[in-house]
Write a protein that binds this ligand. Structure first.
Ligand code: ADP
Ligand code: MG
Length: 215
């Protein structure tokens, strides 16, 4: 069975696909056989992004596929090392099934309480349904400065859920890269790529530490 990393949130536009695509590219570069599973058939999807990638001559990934449900993605992904799930917003029942199967969930959040409160509610609901909280990881995306991040870390810290220390601040370069079928580690700006690498390395290290006995 593959390692399963799932990008979740109830809201759209928070950065699920951004993290999922970046993780899929970075893990592919590390030599893993990776599948990016796109469950969000309604929104700007990762399958469309992948088409742009190939059209623009970007490096191919092992596979990027649509699935209607998390269950289907899991059943059909026994052949890969890592399954990166780009989940859909809403639908907490399927998020629960995904949370049971995944090795880690990552939920992007900003510093705004309008985003943070529902994000924390989702993880609290999963924790109440026996998902261990160490698997329920937050990351700050689209933040603007240190003060915003400090306040968000403090707010999340009070809930007991883990949060990455590296953030992906709001930068047009991240958006432009994805418009061109590239990922956050492949922007036109070395400093942005470096920050995205640090962000993803921290995520991968977090997963390794959780499952160190298996490595
Ligand atoms: N750090 C960032 N800086 C600037 N734009 C970002 C950043 N992260 C994500 N975006 C942009 O925000 C939009 C929504 O992100 P996306 O990953 O598609 O969210 P979701 O999958 O949760 O709906 C996209 O246009 C994406 O390029
Ligand atoms: Mg998306």
């Amino acid at each position: 069975m593959p390692y399963i990393l799932a990008c979740v949130s109830q809201k759209g536009g928070v950065g699920k696909s951004t993290v999922a695509r970046g993780a899929a590219v970075a893990l592919t570069r590390q030599g893993y056989k990776v599948r990016l599973a796109d469950l969000d058939t309604a929104q700007g999807t990762s399958v469309d992004w992948y088409r742009r990638r190939l059209n623009n001559g970007g490096d191919p990934l092992e596979s990027v596929e649509y699935y209607r449900t998390a269950k289907e993605a899991l059943e059909k992904s026994r052949d890969v090392d890592v399954l990166v799930v780009d989940a859909q917003g809403r639908s907490s029942e399927s998020t629960l099934a995904l949370a049971h199967a995944a090795h880690v969930l990552i939920q992007p959040a900003t510093g705004s309480l309008d985003d943070l409160d529902p994000a924390i509610r989702l993880y609290t609901e999963l924790r109440n349904r026996q998902i261990q909280s160490s698997k329920l990881l937050f990351a700050l995306l689209k933040t603007h400065n240190e003060n915003e991040e400090a306040a968000a870390w403090d707010y999340i810290g009070q809930t007991g859920f883990p949060c990455l220390k590296n953030t992906l601040r709001s930068r047009v370069g991240y958006k432009n890269a994805q418009n061109a079928g590239l990922s956050i580690v492949e922007t036109f700006y070395p400093a942005l790529n470096e920050q995205a690498d640090a962000f993803l390395d921290e995520l991968f290290l977090y997963i390794k530490k959780l499952y160190i006995k298996d490595m």
